[in-house]
Design a protein around this ligand. Sequence first.
Ligand SMILES: Nc1ncnc2c1ncn2[C@@H]1O[C@H](COP(=O)(O)OP(=O)(O)OP(=O)(O)O)[C@@H](O)[C@H]1O
Ligand SMILES: [Mg+2]
Length: 231
Amino acid sequence: MTPPVIKLKNIGKTYSNGKVEVDALRSIDLEIAQGEFVAIMGSSGSGKSTLMNILGCLDVQSQGDYLLDGSDIMELESDEKAEIRSTKIGFVFQSFNLLPRTTALENVELPLVYSAMPGAERKKLASAALALVGLEQRADHLPNQLSGGQQQRVAIARAVVNNPRMILADEPTGNLDTATSYEIMKIFRDLNEQGKTIVMITHEEDIASHSKRIINLKDGEIIDDRSNNPI
Ligand SMILES: Nc1ncnc2c1ncn2[C@@H]1O[C@H](COP(=O)(O)OP(=O)(O)OP(=O)(O)O)[C@@H](O)[C@H]1O
Ligand SMILES: [Mg+2]
């Protein structure tokens, strides 16, 4: 069996602002293998984004071990973590996070700008990623000339342009209507079929039903972890 991409051992996260301490995550044990499609559910404040930030190396745990592809995150320097974020993980957020005065194509190119890749090659990869989400005709549009669903597709193209193995998505359909949400889920399912590991936060049961495994958090703990047959 291949080792898990993600292995969390007894992970805890405590936020403290002055006097108040919040245990956002408590004794989380979790393994996710390459190629899984996992939905993380739970009510507001249950620790979903905190978990996602740790998985994405955007924040560090207060206790426990996180092994990503076998490397202990705590032993990495910050530039090594930045390298992991930019090469192994693609991020998708609820609010799309596109640069406003920048075309769809240029937004998708962004993750490649810091690499040594020649501009023509960058454009080629970005165009291919836009085509993957069905937006090749909109390459020169600015974000405010696109619908919400189209903006999220641009964000997904940006997340996959450098071919990461894993996609982390925090409420990717939170700002979209039902029909558009299904289009976005179709793209995630296709990416998963192509072998990408997907971890997606959602509080909507019908969005989670597109995944193959559903994890429920409550008060910072995993209270349920079950496999799911996507419809
Ligand atoms: N930077 C922070 N400082 C202090 N407390 C925080 C911080 N970030 C999150 N928390 C607290 O940690 C707990 C978990 O927050 P988190 O954002 O992970 O929840 P969530 O499940 O993503 O909720 P939502 O569905 O509303 O996005 C909450 O009680 C929250 O108030
Ligand atoms: Mg959240």
